[in-house]
Design a binder for this molecule. Structure first.
Ligand code: 13P
Ligand code: SF4
Length: 309
């Protein structure tokens, strides 16, 4: 594996490429990345890239967003099948009808959707700025929020809005088991539960902190506590543990898994070190966004980045 990593690093230099990776990527991929972050941080980084190639170690909507923000760069994704259940839940033709059925509504979309859906939106948000983005819309203007109903419900509770929600969800965060979580917390009553807002309401109600992956890492770092139950994709544990080597991190249990009790995103885990190497060597698969869609999708993404400064 070390050999393959060295080969990727050499190729990265030779091709003037940068590797941007999400916290859910396998540790060996995070290790060779130039930047590892949450969806907002990755978008901000992608916009700034000067190199010729962006290799996106994440999922398809993330690579698309990078392409929209920095269209002159070649954007590579190690596996084109690295999708997202949220993005897949929201087909553009049906979403268009949904918008038409709610005239005069502002359309806010969670970044976990296709560029085509972003092109139909007024504003985009991520889990770290959703509240701020929603609050940027005057209270008397009704909002459609898509595709994540769990994040939407959470923001509705936080802001007191009554946004109309699309019925999408993340397969990974919906798999957390409340019964098992309560059982686990009984075994570790001194642990704080830290959760991602893609989780369902009953999971979020148990949490001391709710935030994006970057927010969760920051919380665990600055907290005086020593033990945490982490309700998000298990890939986060690598970076989080690196940041707090002396603290105890316990993955929240999911329905499926009785033994390892952790949740993994099958889409994120499609990327492997070998695929990163092949992708960089062959400069394929490349992520392309049709010009007309990219142009329309850029406006709501840029608005989000402006509001996040
Ligand atoms: P963030 O890293 O922005 O919190 O997003 C989590 C996620 O599920 C990405 O797919
Ligand atoms: Fe999509 Fe959930 Fe996987 Fe994130 S963890 S990429 S939201 S399926």
């Amino acid at each position: 594996m070390e050999n393959l990593k060295q080969k990727i690093l050499a190729l990265k230099k030779e091709k003037n490429a940068v590797i941007l990776a999400h916290y859910y990527q396998q540790p060996e991929i995070q290790e060779i990345a130039d930047y590892v972050g949450d969806s907002l941080g990755l978008s901000q980084e992608a916009e700034k890239v000067n190199s010729d190639i962006i290799l996106f170690a994440g999922v398809h909507f993330m690579a698309e967003t990078a392409k929209v923000l920095n269209p002159k760069k070649k954007v590579l994704l190690p596996d084109l099948n690295a999708g997202c259940s949220l993005a897949e839940s929201c087909p553009p033709d049906i979403f268009k009808k949904f918008i038409e059925a709610h005239p005069n509504h502002i359309v806010i979309t969670y970044v976990n959707c296709s560029a085509e859906i972003k092109a139909l939106s007024h504003l985009v948000c991520t889990s770290s700025n959703a509240e701020k983005i929603v609050n940027s819309v005057p209270e008397n203007i009704p909002i459609i929020f898509a595709p994540d109903k769990n994040l939407g419900n959470y923001i509705n509770r936080k802001t007191g809005r009554k946004m109309i929600l699309w019925d999408g969800s993340c397969v990974v965060h919906e798999a957390f088991s409340l019964d098992k979580l309560i059982e686990l917390h009984k075994e570790h009553p001194d642990a704080d539960i830290v959760a991602h807002p893609e989780s369902e309401t009953h999971i979020l109600e148990t949490a001391t902190y709710i935030g994006s992956t970057a927010g969760m890492i920051d919380y665990v770092k600055q907290s005086p506590k020593n033990k945490f139950i982490i309700a998000t994709e298990a890939g986060i544990l690598y970076k989080m543990q690196e940041e707090v080597p002396d603290k105890i991190l316990i993955p929240a249990p999911s329905f499926e898994n009785n033994t390892c009790a952790c949740s993994e995103c099958g889409y994120m885990k499609l990327n492997t070190l070998q695929k990163v190497y092949d992708c960089l060597a062959n400069e394929t698969p490349e992520v392309m966004v049709p010009k007309q869609i990219a142009k329309k999708a850029l406006t709501p993404i840029k608005r989000m980045l402006e509001l996040s400064k």
